[in-house]
Design a protein around this ligand. Structure first.
Ligand SMILES: [Zn+2]
Length: 251
């Protein structure tokens, strides 16, 4: 959880009034969101809903990281990007929309592919990181950095009609390397329906808000699995792996 910041003005009290009356939320939680910095890595199918709900909820500072331009094949799901945005950087397209949604939120962007050389400065200062990527190489870079800096990480992934979300608190829950020894190879275009990515990203935003404010019960050491084809939903328990090369030695 982060330190609260400043106060809410009348406009903010009105804008957030329906979440302020949530059980276990209130002005204290809203101020924690306002004082928080969240890094969202990837502003595609998962990132569009995730960063939108974080912006609408009033997270004070949001950093979006994505190297890619908008392509026509993105438009079935990545709804922060519109036809007019094709060939423009996704981070700029996203920032343009998010600024119009909530002027109280500071949106920063980095048009960078995250790698082991830049991950340290890109994620510096983030209170929580959202993995909204579509590749395991990048996910593992984020995972390892978050474990090094003890920064909470919300992992999300979708494929076809299915998806998964878990929240990692380094030293307390399993990290991604506890769950997956080898990075799966990416093969060809991944099938995906927009609504499936929308659900995954929405769950990720809710998780980030819960961790930042203390609301509810986050997905710690639990993975939420959903299949919108069969309409099957499952919560599975996850264990830390002793000897995990990334988090095995931290408590
Ligand atoms: Zn681990």
């Amino acid at each position: 959880m982060v330190e609260g910041s400043a106060v809410l003005d009348e406009g903010e009290r009105n804008r957030y009034s329906r979440q302020l009356i949530l059980d276990g939320f209130g002005e204290e939680a809203q101020l924690k969101l306002k004082g928080a910095k969240v890094a969202v890595v990837g502003v595609g199918g998962l990132g569009s809903p995730a960063v939108t709900y974080l912006t609408l909820a009033g997270v004070g500072q949001i950093l979006i990281i994505d190297p890619d331009p908008v392509e026509g094949t993105n438009l079935n799901r990545q709804w922060l990007h519109w036809e007019k945005d094709e060939a423009h950087p996704k981070v700029c397209s996203a920032r343009e929309k998010l600024r119009q949604m909530n002027g109280h939120v500071k949106v920063e962007v980095q048009q960078e592919a995250l790698d082991h050389k830049n991950v340290d400065w890109l994620l510096k200062g983030a209170d929580i990181v959202l993995d909204c990527l579509d590749n395991w190489q990048g996910r593992m870079e984020i995972n390892d950095q978050c474990v090094r800096t003890r920064t909470p990480l919300v992992h999300g992934a979708v494929d076809g009609m299915r998806g998964q979300v878990t929240t990692i608190v380094p030293g307390r829950t399993p990290c991604l390397r506890c769950l997956l020894e080898r990075v799966p190879k990416k093969e060809g275009a991944m099938p995906i329906l927009g609504a499936v990515a929308g659900m995954g990203g929405s769950v990720q935003a809710a998780e980030a808000i819960k961790v930042l404010t203390g609301l509810g019960d986050p997905l710690l050491s639990r993975m939420f699995l959903f299949d919108l084809g069969e309409m099957e939903f499952e919560l599975i328990e996850l264990d830390r792996k002793s000897g995990c090369p990334t988090c095995g030695s931290i408590q």
